[in-house]
Ligand binder design. Structure first.
Ligand SMILES: Cc1cc2nc3c(=O)[nH]c(=O)nc-3n(C[C@H](O)[C@H](O)[C@H](O)COP(=O)(O)OP(=O)(O)OC[C@H]3O[C@@H](n4cnc5c(N)ncnc54)[C@H](O)[C@@H]3O)c2cc1C
Length: 386
């Protein structure tokens, strides 16, 4: 890749993170999943090395870079077989929203810990009855003197067991229905009235998903991020990094699966030549590589636009990058499993579990169809069916 697209600093970051990833690798992830533990050791070490906060402002302990740098961190850890899903959430969404819109107190209280990994924040927008239609969220904040009381339910919230707090997207009482006028609250996971229930997912991942029940959770005025009038802008400031980071997650996983398949295809011989010599095996692997490279290019464009402050341009590019990366990842994993024949389904080779893991990037944080809707309506100007 030329320096036009990636600087020498970016390349150096890539190889340093790849070296860390290699030290942990798939074996580490397999062990933590088997033990039902979060990936604390890798998270802490990545934090100490400054990788978790590369995008956060230097004055609050971060690296002073942007989402371009953070996406490199996640992609390389994923390519080594040990992605840290909470990078999508803690520094990318929560860190970004707090550093762009938080009060001075919130920045001082949270950013240094998010940057060095000693604190972690989850993010909760999805609700059981709203799903992809976030205009329907009903988690409601009402004022009680200077405090807020927050009530509602959330589903599929990742990493709540690892988190000190969850950035919850709600709406105020006077904006209970109609178009979303969100407000964002930092809710400590030990607050009274806050309950978390793990969801039994068929996913081979160290990070778990939770259902949250918030029952009149009392929050001080200082728990509201920014103000309750500019919520949509604040929310989108976090959602674009989330999409770019999900693309990085998908590209890393796709690269990991593809590398395994290529190694296997080079050696495995059942006729005269290795199976990789048969074009029926080689071409789909080549296509998967091309698709991952193309998706990365769009991810880099989205990160570049976002870091340059172009929120609108970044919105379209981040959606397209998430779409392209999710699809490239699903196809790369599918072809990798197929390349290994029966071994593609053994625990020893560890690829079959990626089939479900890859689907996450097609569904979350915004599904393939909702991105196609976005491009149909926003980019192409076609009418809406819903
Ligand atoms: C592993 C994992 C981790 C997650 N982590 C988090 C997290 O940390 N925080 C958080 O807030 N959420 C999280 N989510 C939730 C995720 O963002 C949602 O699952 C996603 O937004 C889809 O919502 P839904 O599951 O309710 O699907 P639904 O909205 O019910 O959609 C179901 C299907 O219908 C399709 N569909 C819906 N509307 C339309 C339409 N208008 N046109 C065409 N097709 C449509 C969708 O594309 C999808 O295929 C996570 C999900 C997973 C799987």
């Amino acid at each position: 890749m030329t320096t036009l697209i990636e600087s020498e600093e970016h390349k150096a970051l890539r190889s340093a993170v790849a070296a860390l990833g290699k030290r942990y690798g798939r074996d580490y992830l397999t062990r933590t999943v088997a033990e039902g533990k979060p990936p604390t050791e890798l998270w802490s070490e990545a934090g100490k090395l400054g990788y978790l906060g590369v995008n956060l402002p230097e004055e609050y302990g971060g690296g002073g870079g942007g989402i371009a740098e953070l996406s490199i961190v996640l992609e390389e850890l994923g390519a080594a077989g040990s992605p840290l899903l909470m990078l999508v959430v803690s520094p990318a969404i929560c860190g970004t929203v707090i550093s762009r819109f938080g009060t001075e107190d919130q920045k001082r209280q949270w950013l240094p810990g998010l940057a060095d990994g000693t604190r972690l924040m989850a993010f909760g927008i999805t609700e059981p009855d709203a799903g992809s239609n976030s205009h329907r969220i009903t988690t409601t904040a009402r004022r009680d003197g200077a405090d807020w009381l927050l009530t509602g339910r959330k589903v599929f919230i990742s990493g709540v067991d690892m988190a000190d707090a969850v950035l919850i997207v709600g709406r105020t009482e006077d904006a209970r229905t109609g178009r979303l006028k969100p407000c964002l609250f930092i809710v400590p996971t030990d607050a009274e009235g806050f309950q978390k229930h793990p969801i039994d997912m068929e996913l081979n991942a160290a990070e778990k998903q939770f259902e949250l029940v918030l029952d009149d959770v009392r929050l001080p005025a200082g728990a509201l991020v920014g103000d309750d009038d500019a919520g949509l802008l604040q929310l989108f400031a976090g959602l674009n990094p989330e999409r770019i980071m999900t693309a990085a997650f998908a590209i890393g996983m796709g690269r990991y699966a593809l590398a395994k398949a290529v190694d296997y295809a080079r050696d495995r011989t059942v006729w005269k030549a290795p199976i990789g010599a048969h074009q029926a095996i080689a071409h789909p692997l080549a296509q998967a590589h091309i698709d991952l490279e193309l998706a990365r290019l769009m991810m880099q464009k989205a990160a570049h636009l976002y870091d340059a402050g172009d929120d609108i341009g970044a919105g379209e590019a981040a959606n397209m990058a998430k779409y392209a990366a999710g699809e490239a990842c699903v196809r790369a994993v599918d072809q990798a499993v197929h390349t290994l024949g029966g071994n593609g389904l053994t625990r020893e080779f560890g690829l079959a579990s990626l089939i479900t893991a890859a689907r996450v990037s097609r569904i979350a944080p915004v599904s393939r169809e909702m991105i196609l809707n976005y491009v149909s309506h926003q980019t192409l100007g076609l009418p809406k069916s819903y």
